[in-house]
Design a protein around this ligand. Structure first.
Ligand code: FMN
Length: 302
C-alpha cells in the first residue's frame, strides 16, 4: 500500500480525495453509505453569516455529461452551523473544512472569524464566486481586486489554513490566483462551476428560475484540468484540483497536472461512496506503477 498522505500547507490529509462543497451536505447525512473516516477531507456546504433561502425552483437541470444548478447557497447561517452542526461533525475522524461564502468582504471576514473559533475545524475554503452586492452583483472572484479584497479581509480575521476557491468564469485564471496568493492565501482550489444555461423548447424559456446556473460534472473536466495545470505552474502555494472528477484516473490526471489534493462534487449524486472508491483506486494505481507515495506523481505532467 502506497503512502497516500498529502499536505495543503499546514493541513495534513490521510489521502488526497475530498468532497466538494454543496454536493455532500455536512457529511453526517452520508454516514450510512460511506465510511467517512476514509475520506481525505469533507468540505461542507457553503456557509454564510446570515441564513439564506436560496433561489426559487427549478434550480437544477441535467445536461450532457453534467448538470446546471442555481441552488443559491441555501443554508441556515454560521450561528446554526456553530451551535447545531459543529457538535455532530467534530466526531468525524477526518478533516472537516467549512466553505465560507458572503456578499461583502466584511461579512466573509466575520463568518470566517466565527468558524476560526471552532477548535476541530482546521481550515476554511473561501467561495469567492459570490456576487458583490456593492458592485452591481458582479462576482468577487472575476477581478483581481475583487478577489484580493475578500482574501485581505479574511486573512486579518482568520489564522488557520485558508484555501481560496477560484471561479473559472474569467479570462486569466493565473492573474486571479496570483492576486489571492499575494494577500496571504495558503492554497487555492479550482474550479468552481462554469456559468451556463439551458432552454425548455416547449415552454420557450430558460429552464432555471434565475436563467443561468453553474455547470459541473464530467463535461467540465478538460477546462478544469487546463486551469489547474496553468495555476500550479504559476503560484508557489498548494493547488487543490476539482471539476468533473469521478474516477481514480481522473484524480491522477489532476495530481499530475500539479494538484496536491482533489475534490469530487457532482459524482457524489450518482454514488455517495465515490470519494472512497477514488482514493482506493489511486492507491491501487500507485501500487501497480511501483510508486511508494502519492507525492511522487504530483506535478509530473509536462
Ligand atoms: C448542487 C451544487 C451545489 C454547490 N454548492 C457550492 C457551494 O456552496 N460552495 C462552493 O464553493 N461550491 C459549490 N458548488 C461547486 C462544487 O463544489 C464544485 O466546485 C463544482 O461542482 C465542480 O466540481 P464537480 O464537477 O466535481 O461537481 C456546488 C455544486 C453543485 C453541483
Amino acid at each position: 500500500m502506497a503512502d497516500l498522505t498529502t499536505n495543503i500547507g499546514a493541513l495534513k490529509l490521510k489521502n488526497p480525495v475530498m468532497t466538494a462543497s454543496g454536493t455532500f451536505g455536512y457529511g453526517i447525512e452520508f454516514s450510512d453509505f460511506v465510511p467517512l473516516e476514509e475520506i481525505g477531507g469533507i468540505i461542507v456546504k457553503g456557509t454564510t453569516l446570515h441564513p439564506r433561502q436560496g433561489n426559487d425552483y427549478p434550480r437544477m437541470a441535467e445536461t450532457a455529461g453534467g448538470m446546471l444548478n442555481c441552488v443559491g447557497l441555501q443554508n441556515k447561517g454560521v450561528d446554526h452551523f456553530c451551535e447545531k452542526i459543529y457538535p455532530e461533525v467534530c466526531g468525524i475522524d477526518t478533516n472537516v473544512i467549512v466553505n465560507v461564502s458572503g456578499s461583502s468582504p466584511e461579512d466573509y471576514a466575520e463568518c470566517a472569524a466565527r468558524i476560526g473559533a471552532l477548535e476541530r475545524i482546521p481550515a476554511i475554503e473561501l467561495n469567492i464566486s459570490c456576487p458583490n452586492v456593492k458592485d452591481g452583483g458582479m462576482a468577487f472572484g472575476v477581478t483581481c481586486e475583487g478577489a484580493a479584497s475578500v482574501v485581505r479581509a479574511v486573512r486579518k480575521a482568520y489564522g488557520k489554513t485558508l484555501i481560496v476557491k477560484l471561479s473559472p468564469n474569467v479570462t486569466d485564471i493565473v492573474s486571479i490566483a496570483k492576486a489571492v496568493e499575494a494577500e496571504g492565501a495558503d492554497a487555492v482550489s479550482l474550479i468552481n462551476t462554469l456559468m451556463g444555461t439551458a432552454i425548455d423548447i416547449e415552454k420557450r424559456r430558460r429552464m432555471l428560475s434565475i436563467g443561468t446556473g453553474g455547470l459541473s460534472g464530467p463535461c467540465v473536466k478538460p477546462v478544469a484540468l487546463r486551469m489547474v495545470w496553468q495555476v500550479a505552474h504559476a503560484v508557489g502555494i498548494p493547488v487543490v484540483g476539482l471539476g468533473g472528477i469521478s474516477t481514480a484516473e481522473d484524480a491522477i490526471e489532476f495530481l499530475m497536472a500539479g494538484a496536491c489534493a482533489v475534490e469530487i462534487g457532482t459524482a457524489n449524486f450518482l454514488d455517495p461512496a465515490v470519494t472512497v472508491k477514488v482514493a482506493r483506486g489511486v492507491d491501487a494505481w500507485l501500487d501497480a506503477h511501483s510508486c511508494k507515495s502519492v507525492r511522487e506523481i504530483i506535478g509530473v505532467a509536462e
